[in-house]
Design a protein. Structure first.
Length: 142
C-alpha cells in the first residue's frame, strides 16, 4: 500500500531470511544474502542498515549545507555490531554513526549533524534507540 502523497514507493521481498536473495520488485535489483556469522558471500542486515543510514544521513547533511549556501564535502561512516543480549534471549544491533564536514569548526559540524539527524528519514526510524549513536567528529579528509 502506498503512503499518502508518497514521493517514491518501493517494494522489497525476502523469502529466505539471510540465506538466499532479497530483491526490489520495482526495478529487479537483487541482493545476495548470507548470515553475518558465516563466510558465505553476500550481504546481511547489518551492512544494509549501515549503508542505509550512512547514505541517508550524508545526503541530508549535504541538503542542510546546500540550504545554508555551503558546498563543503561531508562523510558519514557507520559501524554496526551484531550483539547477543546478556539479560534476555535474542540479539540487537549496536550502531555508531560518525559524521564529518570538511572545512568547518567542530561546533558548527556538531550543530549541522544534529539538524541532519532530526531530518534524515532513516535517523527518524532509529531515533530513541538506546543502541544507536550519531556523533560529529573532526578531521575530514578525502
Amino acid at each position: 500500500m502506498t503512503a499518502p502523497k508518497s514521493l517514491f514507493h518501493a517494494e522489497m521481498v525476502n523469502e529466505n531470511g539471510v540465506d538466499g536473495v532479497a530483491y526490489v520488485k520495482n526495478d529487479g535489483l537483487k541482493v545476495s544474502l548470507s548470515s553475518p556469522t558465516s563466510s558465505a558471500p553476500g550481504t546481511n542486515p547489518e551492512e544494509l542498515l549501515g549503508l542505509s543510514l550512512s547514505t541517508c544521513l550524508n545526503a541530508t547533511i549535504q541538503s542542510v549545507l546546500k540550504a545554508r549556501g555551503k558546498q563543503n564535502k561531508s562523510r558519514v561512516e557507520v559501524q554496526v555490531d551484531f550483539v547477543k543480549e546478556t539479560t534476555k534471549p535474542g540479539y540487537y544491533f549496536d550502531v555508531l554513526a560518525t559524521a564529518q564536514i570538511d572545512g568547518l569548526g567542530f561546533d558548527e559540524v556538531q550543530k549541522l549533524v544534529e539538524v541532519a539527524e532530526r531530518l534524515c528519514p532513516v535517523s527518524k526510524l532509529l531515533m530513541g534507540s538506546q543502541t544507536v549513536i550519531v556523533k560529529a567528529i573532526e578531521g575530514y579528509t578525502n
